[in-house]
Every structure is written in structure tokens, then in C-alpha cells.
Design a protein around this ligand. Structure first.
Ligand SMILES: *[C@@H]1O[C@H](CO)[C@@H](O)[C@H](O)[C@H]1NC(C)=O
Ligand SMILES: *[C@@H]1O[C@H](CO)[C@@H](O)[C@H](O)[C@H]1NC(C)=O
Ligand SMILES: *[C@@H]1O[C@H](CO)[C@@H](O)[C@H](O)[C@H]1NC(C)=O
Length: 330
């Protein structure tokens, strides 16, 4: 979820302090298919984070439709509790965390404070799995608290920069990426397209084993499983592309280029129709179908930086590695 987009700092920071918390009701309904005939006229709103928090890179909703939850740059996971309670601290990554971590942004100290980049709930167990760039694959129960370690290495190589994940809702398998085996997240500017140490992996919660599906990736980033669970997409940020790795069928175990992009891809999320939202910078997020055809492009001045797009109840929720708010559409 982390992207090289710090340059796109908003000129609209003043809006954060003005925008009131808006009253939004969430019920446990996953995004509903949008009829093709419905026009995509989207209006953009800001939901400020407060709590001295910035960089809500990825967004998740829990198994009851609660949230959104966001992972922020100082190692906390915040939960939106509605307009009365606002944001509360749901979980922290690091057992060593102190209040001095609060507000930390883009610093090597995140190896002590944590840096949650990928979030997804297992909708059966209601556990929240987190790809943390410093602490590896971790999880926390539905009541939050301090995350516990799930995996820290694969094939004898330590994770260095975990970035994104998706979960198979039937098996509970977790698909996740390590952007680089050479560089930490805070050294991201050193990662260029010659760094082919990124990996796509799968953790099996029944065996506790992690296997490597694809290696040699260049800045492996967003991950999304297809609706039929027959393939998984993985973004390669520095190569401006998304790869498709087949899980079943004649091509099982092989991969191919799924789409070449104008921008650098970050997170990928599937919607209820089986289409994928690919966050990219600076050209703005796109929605593509399973054939890799672009169906919608959010190319507008409202979105100055985007690390994640999630479709939930016909709204889009948009995360950022720069801003201190999340955006949503109506
Ligand atoms: C979905 O969003 C609409 C507003 O866009 C809201 O009126 C409705 O209550 C929401 N439905 C659920 C089930 O959350
Ligand atoms: C975004 O919109 C601008 C202005 O309308 C246009 O010049 C640019 O080519 C568009 N980019 C993409 C990726 O569609
Ligand atoms: C993707 O969209 C294109 C253009 O509308 C369409 O021809 C194609 O069949 C779609 N693919 C899937 C898998 O729906």
C-alpha cells in the first residue's frame, strides 16, 4: 500500500479541519452490484482522522460491516465508530509501543512502533490480518488489542517490507506480498525496477505454513483474489503493471501480465461484481474487469494521492499515504 507519492501533497489540507464528521450508517451488507445503467456520478467527502494520525494507507470493514478501519503510519489501527464516538484505537502492532510513537510518520522508528500497510478481516473468524512492513504477518481478534505474530519468514528469508494482503473467505488462506528482501519500507526510494526480490506468498492457517508462489517481483504491492478464487492479482509498482497468478485450471502455478498501467499501482481490491479497483499514482485509481479492461477511471483533482480504493455499499473508500483523512464517495 505504500507508494512513491509523497510529492502529491494536497493543497487542500485546510479542508480537513473544516469538514465535520458526517453521519453515516453502516449495516452488515457487503457491496452490492451496481447496475451498468447507473451513472457513476461520484461526490467526494473527507473523513478526518484526528488522534494525531496520518497516512491511512489501507482500509477494511469487519465481518459485521463495521468500520472503516484504517492502518496509520505510527503503528495503530483506528476504527470509525460513527459520528458520536468518532475514531478510536482498535489495535496496535507492537507489544513495545509507547505513546512516543503517536504521530510518527515515515521513520525507521517504525521498526519498534509498527507500520500496518495491509488490512483484511477473515469474514469467518472475524480476525483482522495485517501485513505490517516491520513486524511481518500479524493478526488481532475481533476485539482488537495487541497484534500477535503469524509469520515472519518464508523459505528461510525474513520478510523485510510486507505490504498487502487478501484472504480467501472459504479456506482462510492469506495471500500477501513482501515488496523487497533488500530494503525496509523507509528505504523505499532505494527500490528501483532492478530490485527483483519481491515475493507473493500464501499462509495456510490450518498448517501454519507459508509458501512462496511468485518470486522475482519488482516492488510487489497490492494483492487481490478473484471472485471465483481461480487467480490472484499482484501489483508490481516500479514496473507499472499488475500480474495475474493462476491458482487453478490449466495454467495453475503460472503467471502473466494482467494489465500495463500509466501509473504506479498500489493496493488492489475486488468489488461485489468481481471487478478490481487498482489504486495508482499519479494517474488515479481505475476499475478493471477480469479481462483487464478499464471500466472506470477516477481521474480528477479531488484525489491527490491514493493508496487504496474499497467499494462498500456502493460507496468508495479511498486511503492515502499522505493525508490525515480518508475519502469516501456518495
Ligand atoms: C448504503 O448506503 C446508503 C447511502 O448511500 C444508505 O442510505 C444505506 O442505509 C446503506 N445501506 C446499508 C445496508 O448500509
Ligand atoms: C486525466 O485527465 C487529464 C485532464 O482531463 C488528462 O489530460 C489525462 O490524460 C487523464 N489521465 C488519464 C490516465 O486518464
Ligand atoms: C470486460 O469488459 C469488456 C468491455 O466491456 C467485455 O468485452 C469483456 O467481456 C469483459 N470481461 C469480463 C470478464 O466481464
Amino acid at each position: 500500500m505504500f507508494l512513491l507519492s509523497l510529492l502529491f501533497l494536497s493543497t487542500k489540507l485546510s479542508l480537513q479541519t473544516q469538514a465535520p464528521y458526517e453521519s453515516i450508517l453502516y449495516r452488515p451488507v457487503i457491496d452490492q452490484p451496481r447496475l451498468p445503467s447507473q451513472p457513476h456520478v461520484r461526490q467526494y467527502h473527507h473523513l478526518p482522522l484526528g488522534l494525531n494520525a496520518v497516512a491511512p494507507e489501507s482500509i477494511a470493514f469487519d465481518c459485521q460491516g463495521g468500520g472503516p478501519y484504517v492502518g496509520v503510519s505510527d503503528g495503530r489501527i483506528l476504527k470509525w465508530q460513527g459520528p458520536l464516538l468518532g475514531w478510536t484505537v482498535f489495535a496496535v502492532i507492537s507489544p513495545y509501543r509507547s505513546n512516543s510513537c503517536d504521530g510518527l510518520n515515515d521513520s525507521p522508528a517504525e521498526q519498534y512502533c509498527g507500520r500496518p500497510l495491509g488490512l483484511k478481516f477473515n469474514i469467518v473468524t472475524c480476525e483482522l490480518y495485517i501485513a505490517d512492513s516491520s513486524f511481518g504477518l500479524v493478526k488481532v481478534g475481533s476485539n482488537g488489542g495487541i497484534a500477535t505474530s503469524v509469520a515472519t519468514s518464508a523459505e528461510g528469508i525474513l520478510f523485510r517490507f510486507l505490504n498487502a494482503l487478501d484472504i480467501d473467505s472459504e479456506s482462510g488462506d492469506v495471500y500477501f506480498t513482501d515488496s523487497s528482501s533488500h530494503h525496509h519500507r523507509w528505504e523505499y526510494t532505494a527500490i528501483d525496477s532492478t530490485d527483483r526480490s519481491g515475493r507473493l506468498m500464501r499462509y495456510n492457517p490450518k498448517t501454519g505454513r507459508t509458501i512462496v508462489l511468485l518470486k522475482g517481483l519488482s516492488f510487489a504491492n497490492g494483492v487481490a483474489l478473484s471472485k471465483k478464487r481461480d487467480f490472484v492479482l499482484v501489483a508490481e509498482t516500479t514496473l507499472h503493471r499488475v500480474q495475474r497468478y493462476w491458482l487453478t485450471g490449466p495454467g495453475a502455478g503460472t503467471s502473466e501480465e494482467f494489465i500495463k498501467l500509466t501509473g504506479q499501482p498500489d493496493n488492489i481490491n475486488r468489488n461485489g461484481n468481481g471487478d478490481f479497483w487498482v489504486a495508482q499514482n499519479p494517474t488515479g485509481p481505475i476499475r478493471v474487469n477480469e479481462s483487464g479492461i478499464i471500466l472506470e477511471s477516477l481521474n480528477n483533482s479531488e484525489i491527490v494521492d491514493c493508496s487504496d480504493v474499497i467499494e462498500f455499499n456502493n460507496s468508495l473508500w479511498i486511503g492515502s499515504v499522505v493525508q490525515s483523512y480518508v475519502m469516501y464517495t456518495s
